[in-house]
Every structure is written in C-alpha cells, then in structure tokens.
Design a protein around this ligand. Structure first.
Ligand code: SAM
Ligand code: SF4
Length: 323
C-alpha cells in the first residue's frame, strides 16, 4: 500500500518521544504555579515499552517507510535509561541518520557515547545566554552545564544546532546575544515562534507570542539581512542570511506555516503514532506491528490527521509528544 495523501505527502522522518519525564521546567512546555515552581515535570511517566520492543517498532516502521532520518526527543531523551543501547539497535538495523533534540544538561557526560553510537546531529534547546533569563525560562540554574554540553558535542564531532523559543517579555532581549553566541561558536541557530500547545492551547497564547517579523526587527538593529530567504522542501525553518554570510532560521508555525509539505511521523514510548501535532488522536501500533498491511492502514489513518496548510493548535503537551 502506498502511504501518500491527496497533497502528495508521506512520512519520511520519524520523531520518537522516548519519555515524558524532564529535568527542566521550561515555561512554554510545562505549567508552573505562581511561585515559579514546576508542577508537572515529575508527573507520572507514560507506560514505557521495553527498549528492545520500542526499537523493534521503529525498525518495522522503517521497513515500510524507509525513513531519511529518526530524531530522538521527549521529555528529555537523555533521561531514557537505555538510550545508548537503543541507539545501537537502530543504527545496526540500517537506520543511518539518528538525530536528537535535548536540553543539553547531560550532554557533557554523554557526548562521547552518543557520537560512538552514531548520533551525528543534535539540536540543543537554548533560550538565553544570560543566566537569569535562562533560569526564568527553564526554571533551572543550568546554563553552564548546557554550554559545556554544546562544547563537548562539538568536540566529539557532533553537528550542533540551537533552538530558541522566543516569548514576549521573557527572553526577547536574548535574540541578539544568542545570535552573537552562535556566530562566535559557528553553530547554526533557529528561533522558534511559540506554539499554541498544551497549557497555551486555550489561554495566554496571544500575550506571550512573539512573531517572526519582530525577531527579524530585533536582529536588524545590529545586522544587515540579505533580502532573500527560503525554506527547503519539508523543512520547518525559514532561512535568512546576514551580510557576513552567517545563516539563521526561524521556525514560524503561525507566521509562515509549513504543513503543506510536512513529512513527519511521531511515535511515543507507549507505541502510539501521531500524524500531526494538531491532532490529539493517535493510533496504537502494538499488536499489529508485524502485519505490514495493518501497519500501513494505521499509517494512512495517521496521515489523514495532517492539516492541509496551517497548524491549528492542540491541547497535546510538548513534554509528552516532543515537538
Ligand atoms: N527536552 C528536549 C529539549 O528541550 O530540547 C526535547 C523535548 S522538547 C519538548 C522539544 C522542543 O520543543 C524544544 O526545542 C522546545 O524548545 C520546543 N518546545 C516546547 N514547547 C514549545 C512550545 N509551546 N512552542 C514552541 N516550541 C516548544
Ligand atoms: Fe523539558 Fe524540553 Fe520541555 Fe524544556 S522543552 S521542559 S527541556 S521537555
């Protein structure tokens, strides 16, 4: 069965949410109470499949879809107990491109093992280079650990990209310092517009949202931007170039939606697949994963959940589904 929708979309990349646990409490991802303490970070974990079983699901999905890449996310993927053996199983079963999105806290300790297991690309979420602003966003004082982690990853030959979610009144003053840091370390950086998900689905979104055009305005106060910008097919980021040749991206879910050529499939650690972040409904693949026909039918169902053009928001929590 050909897995394709009427817009010609299929699944070429897989994102696996390995856990919904996290050691950070980023305000755009989890709810915090009035005192700024994190409520949900240590909430009860999803039912986690044994890592051998989860790896088997990924390999069988890969057999049907022949993924170009697989990205490990979470929660915080570094907290997944069998992370390195899990990666080894994937890479020894023909999955060539294994990437990760992490908060970077444990990267210094794990960079060498990750590189040895075959991870070549890591996105590190870094929303501030000022320690106070970092703490205001992540609710943790871990800036130094994250910066050390980035250095360790680079030292081990891993290509690093930075992801910075910009929120009004919180870290918009970090747009330029983050860019200066990225330029000084020669690291790619992408700014993210806040997504209308989880606790931002039904309230407080508009007042916290900081749009792409204001990110560009902030950058233009210091740098001259090349007027040409582009987005690669199926990519999420709109790419801009500075006069000095340095490129940065903006993932602008609201301002510059990219659903029309989205090729992402998501799998959580309980064995549920999601075709779209806008759709809460998932398809459970446990029990049918060895049956290629039934698995293809579930994939077609998941594909129907993709939006034609624009992300419409979702009560799904980022900490569970992984972005
Ligand atoms: N813990 C890892 C990390 O922070 O990189 C991986 C999981 S996290 C949910 C994946 C990505 O989602 C991060 O880059 C984070 O900044 C982003 N994210 C979380 N909530 C978001 C929101 N409401 N809007 C936009 N991006 C969000
Ligand atoms: Fe944790 Fe990542 Fe969510 Fe921050 S964005 S709370 S690091 S899962």
């Amino acid at each position: 069965m050909e897995i394709k929708d009427q817009h010609g979309r299929t699944f070429k990349t897989l994102r696996i949410s390995l856990t919904n646990l996290c050691n950070f409490g980023c305000v755009y991802c989890v709810n915090s109470d009035d005192k700024g303490e994190v409520n949900e970070v240590n909430s009860s974990p999803l039912l986690h499949l044994d890592y051998n079983v989860l790896a088997e699901y990924v390999i069988l999905l890969h057999k049907v879809l022949n993924f170009e890449s697989v990205r490990l996310t979470g929660g915080e993927p570094m907290l997944y107990q069998n992370l390195i053996p899990f990666i080894h199983i994937l890479s020894s079963n023909g999955i060539k491109s294994i990437k990760m999105t992490t908060n970077g806290f444990s990267l210094k300790q794990k960079a060498e093992a990750l590189a040895a297991a075959g991870v070549k690309d890591i996105n590190v979420s870094l929303d501030a280079v000022d320690p106070d602003v970092f703490r205001a966003v992540a609710k943790r004082n871990f800036l130094k650990q994250v910066l050390d982690g980035i250095e360790a990853a680079q030292h081990n030959g891993i290509s690093v990209k930075l992801n910075a979610v910009i929120m009004r009144g919180l870290n918009e003053n970090q747009i330029l310092p983050l860019l200066d840091y990225a330029i000084s370390k020669n690291i790619a950086i992408r700014y993210l517009e806040l997504m209308r998900m989880g606790h931002f689905y039904s309230k407080n979104f508009n007042e916290n949202f900081f749009p792409m055009k204001e990110i560009i305005t902030a950058i233009s106060t210091k740098y001259t931007l090349h007027p040409y910008n582009y987005r690669n097919p199926s990519a999420t980021a709109q790419i801009f170039q500075l006069e000095n040749g340095f490129e940065f991206g903006i993932i602008a879910n609201e301002s510059e939606p990219f659903c029309s050529d989205c090729d992402r499939l998501r799998l959580d650690s309980s064995g549920n697949i999601y075709g779209c972040l806008s759709e809460e409904k998932s398809e459970y693949i446990g029990g049918i994963v060895h049956d290629e026909v039934k698995l293809s039918e579930k994939l077609m169902e998941a594909l129907k959940h993709k939006q034609p053009l624009k992300f419409k928001g979702s009560p799904l929590k980022m900490i569970s589904i992984g972005g």
